[in-house]
Design a protein around this ligand. Structure first.
Ligand code: AP5
Ligand code: MG
Length: 218
């Protein structure tokens, strides 16, 4: 099964993808995470992407479709994929079709996390992750069970993203509205979009997504 999680910055794509990976053994392909890894490693792609990401604008379609193609090639045929943060433009949606069909894969569901934009800045500004294993947290909504200690790996160092500030978030939201939201009708026309209330508590959002994957939801 191959699915897209679609939604604006802070909608919960990464949070939900991590939970599906843990519960279903699916593979998360997050272009944001892959680009941040490239920036950290100082690769040619990372050098091109760094300033663009810090501004909140979108990295070029060629770069992101290239990294998704490479990531798909590294998987075995039976592994289901959760696309997180990709595709984000009509051109990327087109590329994804070719990338999937070339690998005998198809898209099963596009799950839109429907959220209230006013809540997103608070979600993003409060977000942090474990510096060791990458587990995601929030200052208010998703704290580690023991303050300062990662639930997943016991790590005690945490980090925040360079683009998680209010000004950049506004640019990211504008990019979402202008370039990403318009790809939904393409998938709607194919009847594969399902909408989930992304304002519900994290575990309830996961339940709603799992019901869709299990064919228990319209
Ligand atoms: P990317 O990393 O994809 O960022 P984004 O789309 O802005 O989304 P976020 O990761 O900010 O949000 P999320 O939906 O994953 O939310 P999360 O689960 O963490 O992209 C970053 C940049 O990379 C882009 O701006 C662009 O420059 C570049 N890029 C990436 N992909 C690209 C592409 N395809 N094309 C071109 N450029 C690309 O949740 C947020 C917080 O809220 C967390 O703290 C979490 O704990 C909390 N939370 C989550 N769910 C809930 C809930 N239900 N209730 C309460 N709190 C919640
Ligand atoms: Mg994310």
């Amino acid at each position: 099964m191959n699915i897209i999680l679609l939604g604006p910055p802070g909608a919960g794509k990464g949070t939900q993808a991590a939970r599906l990976v843990a519960e279903r053994g699916m593979v998360q392909l997050s272009t944001g995470d892959m680009l941040r890894a490239a920036v950290k490693a100082g690769t040619p792609t990372g050098l091109k992407a760094k300033a663009v990401m810090e501004s909140g604008a979108l990295v070029s379609d060629e770069i992101v479709s290239g990294i998704i193609g490479e990531a798909l090639d590294a998987l075995s045929a039976g592994q289901g994929v959760i696309f997180d943060g990709y595709p984000r433009t009509a051109a990327q949606a087109e590329s994804l079709e070719t990338l999937l069909s070339d690998r005998a894969r198809k898209l099963d569901h596009v799950i839109e996390l429907v959220v209230d934009e006013d809540a997103l800045v608070e979600r993003i500004v409060g977000r942090f992750t474990c510096a060791n294993c990458g587990a995601g947290y929030h200052d208010t909504f998703n704290r580690p069970k023991v303050d300062g200690v990662c639930d997943s790996c016991g790590g005690t160092e945490f980090k925040r993203r360079a683009d998680d500030n209010e000004e950049t978030v506004r640019t990211r939201m504008a990019e979402y509205r202008a370039k990403t939201a318009p790809i939904l009708p393409i998938y709607d026309a194919r009847g594969i979009v399902q909408r989930v209330d992304g304002m519900a508590p994290i575990a309830e959002v996961t339940d709603a997504i799992e019901a869709i994957l299990d064919g228990k939801s319209a």
